[in-house]
Design a binder for this molecule. Structure first.
Ligand SMILES: [Ca+2]
Length: 420
């Protein structure tokens, strides 16, 4: 009896303690909102309800919008694959800042070939004071073309861009079509600052069988660099690897986001004809993708990436690389064009607070993944949103999710509690 009472007491204490912690989180995320009055209920400290999503079309008629970054002052920066970087000011007007003719700063070397062109955009952690941002783009400055990360400084009011500095210039590009696809394939291109203040850059394998496991070529990798493009301190790839490499052995990573609470990076990458993967990254880890020639397969252009199945050409080859990072989720074994990923953060996301949103292009949906503490996916649900190709996802400083679609639109998705 005493033992049972003691157990009940402990459970009560734990619940009370958990409640207090949850209430603190809600309070911290409340943004200084008004206190509930004496007759009003306080906020639900542990919402378990699915949020109601309100979708607003912020921009339409765009040309392949690819990525979005929202500043604390409400300015929304976005890229269009073949045009460049623009900003939507808070009054709704748009200024083309960087890219093709008509931009405030023209990039004469900008190229748009196949899947490649202008991809990711990220704001400097000190953007509010230094108005510096970063863009991933395909450049024809050198032959062959290269994918680059370019740093720009904006004028006050965001009316023009200058001080262009190409901080990474040697990300490989697929120059020539081969037996498995056209030029410009698999360029990666999402860029995000982590909570550690360093810039993470995702790259692709270019349909080049050697890239993912190459120690020196930086395609098929996740890079972690300073704002000057040099290797961030603490990267620990194997000996002999380029010091900018954070993880390697990837196919075509186009989503990266950081888990709230732990800061661990999670990526989303396309599978070939199977196994889209979400993977929690470990510093120096191998993603286990190796499309180099396999004697048992018939591989066009010596690229085996499409030649096998989940057993003979796995996205994570634990036979060749027993220590590879196992995926958190593999899309049920399917390949539906997994692209962007973003953690949802804040009490306004109700039960989805802390869950991972993943955009699917071929499969035309937004998936919400619930993760265990260990990082494996414990449940999935499709968001109630239109069936389009989800190209870009960004959580704004206002707590809303911004979505770029292949139908040329940017949406703001606002969560709220269902009316009781
Ligand atoms: Ca993998």
């Amino acid at each position: 009896m005493d033992h049972d009472m003691h157990v009940r007491y402990r459970i009560t204490r734990l619940r009370t303690s958990g409640l207090a912690a949850a209430m603190l989180v809600v309070s911290a995320c409340g943004g200084g909102g008004s206190e509930p009055g004496p007759d009003e209920p306080g906020p639900d400290p542990t919402p378990t309800d699915t949020p109601v999503l309100t979708r607003t079309v912020v921009l339409q008629g765009l040309s392949n919008p690819w990525d979005i970054a929202v500043a604390a002052d409400g300015a929304m920066f976005f890229t269009e694959r073949c045009r460049g970087l623009s900003v939507r000011h808070t009054d709704g007007t748009v200024t083309r800042l960087f890219g093709t003719t008509g931009s405030a700063l023209v990039a004469p070397d900008l190229a748009c070939i196949g899947q490649s062109g202008v991809h990711g955009v990220a704001l400097d952690p000190a953007f509010a004071t230094n108005r510096t941002l970063y863009v991933y783009m395909l450049s024809g400055t050198a032959a062959p073309h290269t994918n680059r990360v370019v740093r720009l400084v904006l004028t006050s009011g965001y009316t023009s861009a200058g001080s262009r500095t190409d901080i990474i210039t040697d990300i490989a590009f697929k120059e020539v079509a081969n037996g498995v696809g056209g030029a410009g394939s698999h360029s990666g291109g999402r860029i995000r600052f982590g909570p550690d203040g360093f810039l993470y850059v995702t790259t692709g394998d270019n349909h080049n069988p050697s890239l993912p496991q190459s120690p020196t070529m930086i395609g098929g990798k996740v890079l972690r660099v300073t704002t000057n493009g040099t290797a961030a301190p603490g990267n620990s790839p194997p000996a002999g690897f380029d010091a900018r490499i954070f993880t390697y052995g990837h196919r075509n990573v186009q989503g990266i986001t950081f888990r709230p609470g732990t800061g661990q990076p999670f990526i989303a990458e396309h599978g070939p004809n199977h196994s889209d993967e979400v993977t929690a990254l470990v510093n120096g880890g191998n993603g286990g993708w190796d499309p180099q020639n396999r004697p048992t397969l018939s591989c066009p252009s010596n690229y085996c990436g499409y030649a096998g199945n989940a057993s003979t050409m796995p996205m994570t080859d634990l036979t060749r690389f027993p220590n590879a990072m196992a995926p958190s989720w593999n899309n049920g074994g399917a390949s539906q064009g997994m692209g962007p990923a973003e953690f949802l953060v804040g009490a306004q996301w109700r039960a989805w607070n802390g869950r991972l949103a993943v955009g699917i292009m071929g499969g035309s949906r937004l998936i919400i993944l619930e993760l265990s503490a260990a990082g494996t996916v414990s449940s999935t649900v499709n968001a109630s949103l239109p069936e389009v190709r989800y190209r870009g996802l960004t959580l704004g400083p206002d707590g809303n999710l911004y979505v770029a679609t292949d139908t040329g639109e940017i949406w703001r998705v606002t969560p709220s509690a269902a009316p009781s």
